[in-house]
Design a protein around this ligand. Structure first.
Ligand code: AMP
Ligand code: MG
Length: 344
C-alpha cells in the first residue's frame, strides 16, 4: 500500500482524508496532544485495522473524536451536566471524557466496555476531517503499541509508512503528551490519565476528583482497571529507563558513578553542562514544563536504539503539566526510580 502524505495547509486535505475515513481507511491525524491513528469509529472493520496496524491488545479501547460537543449525544447517554461544563471550558482541547456508551458505538471501539471515551481535539484540520467524514474518528496514539507516542508526522511515517492509507502532517504537536482522561460514569469524577488539562483545572470545575491509582503506581497486567490502557507497557524505548530523582548535584553524582559507555542521560536543558561526558539528550527546560511535555516523546524515540543499554532520566517535580510528564516517564521506566538523595 502506498501511504498518501497530506499537508494540513492544503485546502483539499480535509475532503480527501474525510473520504478515506468514510470508505473505511486509516488516516493518521494531527492533534494538539499527539498524532492519532484514525478510522471511522462506527465501522467495526475499519476500527479493527487500527488494532492490527498498532499491534494493540483488543481490550484497550479507543477515543472517539468529535468535531463539536453536540455530537456526543449520538454516542453517549445519561450525560451529566458536569460533562457539558467541562466541554464548555476545555473543548476543543486535551481533555477526554468517559461516559456511558450508546449502542451506536461498536464494542470494538470501546474495547468491550459499556462506556466510551470522547474528545474534541484542538486542531482545526482534524475537526474539519471529522466534519467531512460525517462520522466520529476513533483513534489511539499512532505509535506501534508499547512504543513512545508519535508527536510529528515523521514519527508516524517511521512506524506506519506503506501500512496505512494516509498521514496528515500538521507539524509538531503543541502539548506532546496524550489527553487528560476523566471518567464521569461513577459517583465521583475520576482522573484516569493526566495530560494537558491539569487536576487543578478539573477540580476548579468539578469541585472533586479522585486520582486513579494506575496514574501513580505500577498496575499488574491481570488487574481489572478503569482504563485498560493503563496496565500495558507504555512509551518505552528498547533499553531500560531509570529515573534518578533528587537535587541536580546529587543526581549528577549518582549518574556519573554508575554511567557506562553504552548508557545515555535524558535531562533538562539546564543540566546539559553537568553531563558533558555522558552523551546527554535534553527534552526541554525544567523552568518551562510545557517544553518538557512537548519534547518527551521525540527524545524517547531517539533513545529507542538497540545500541543503548540504559537511560538515566531526570523527571520534573510538581503539579500541573509536570504531573503528566511524571506519569509518562515513570511508565517508560516501568516505575524504576532511584532517589539520589538516599544514595551514598
Ligand atoms: P491512547 O490515547 O493511545 O493511550 O488510547 C486511548 C486511551 O483511552 C487508552 O489508554 C484507553 O485505556 C483510554 N480509554 C478509551 N476508552 C475508555 C473507556 N471507555 N474507559 C476508560 N478508558 C478509556
Ligand atoms: Mg497510546
Amino acid at each position: 500500500m502506498e501511504t498518501l502524505y497530506l499537508s494540513a495547509e492544503n485546502p483539499d486535505t480535509a475532503v480527501i482524508a474525510g473520504k478515506i475515513i468514510q470508505q473505511g481507511g486509516l488516516v493518521a491525524i494531527p492533534t494538539e496532544t499527539v498524532y492519532g491513528l484514525g478510522a471511522n469509529g462506527l465501522d467495526e472493520a475499519a476500527v479493527a485495522k487500527i488494532f492490527e496496524a498498532k499491534g494493540r491488545p483488543q481490550d484497550n479501547p479507543l477515543i472517539l473524536h468529535v468535531s463539536e460537543t453536540a455530537e456526543i449525544e449520538k454516542f453517549c447517554h445519561s450525560i451529566p451536566e458536569a460533562a457539558y461544563t467541562l466541554a464548555e471550558k476545555f473543548w476543543p482541547g486535551p481533555l477526554t471524557i468517559v461516559l456511558p456508551a450508546r449502542d451506536t458505538v461498536p464494542k470494538r471501539t470501546t474495547g468491550g466496555l459499556s462506556t466510551v471515551a470522547v474528545r474534541c481535539p484542538d486542531c482545526q484540520v482534524t475537526r474539519e476531517i471529522i466534519r467531512c467524514a460525517g462520522v466520529p474518528i476513533a483513534a489511539p496514539s499512532a505509535n506501534i503499541s508499547g512504543k513512545p507516542s508519535t508527536t510529528t508526522a515523521q514519527h508516524v511515517r517511521h512506524d506506519h509508512d506503506g501500512r496505512i492509507d494516509a498521514i496528515v502532517d500538521g507539524g509538531p504537536c503543541r502539548v506532546g503528551v496524550e489527553s487528560t482522561i476523566v471518567d464521569l460514569t461513577e459517583s465521583r469524577p475520576r482522573l484516569l490519565r493526566p495530560g494537558g488539562i491539569t487536576p487543578e483545572q478539573l477540580r476548579s470545575v468539578l469541585g472533586d476528583l479522585v486520582i486513579d491509582k494506575a496514574v501513580t503506581a505500577q498496575i499488574d497486567k491481570d488487574a481489572v482497571v478503569k482504563a485498560p490502557g493503563m496496565k500495558y507497557k507504555h512509551y518505552a524505548p528498547a533499553c531500560d529507563v531509570v529515573i534518578v530523582s533528587g537535587s541536580r548535584e546529587k543526581a549528577a553524582a549518582y549518574i556519573h558513578s554508575h554511567f557506562e559507555a553504552s548508557d545515555r542521560v535524558l535531562c533538562f536543558e539546564e543540566e546539559l553542562p553537568l553531563y558533558k561526558d555522558c552523551a546527554p539528550l535534553a527534552y526541554g527546560k525544567e523552568s518551562d514544563v510545557s517544553t518538557l511535555s512537548a519534547g518527551l516523546f521525540s527524545a524517547l524515540r531517539i533513545l529507542d536504539d538497540p545500541g543503548i543499554h540504559r537511560v538515566y532520566a531526570r523527571c520534573p517535580i510538581g503539579e500541573g503539566v509536570a504531573f503528566a510528564v511524571q506519569n509518562r516517564l515513570k511508565k517508560a521506566a516501568a516505575f524504576h526510580i532511584i532517589d539520589a538523595e538516599a544514595e551514598v
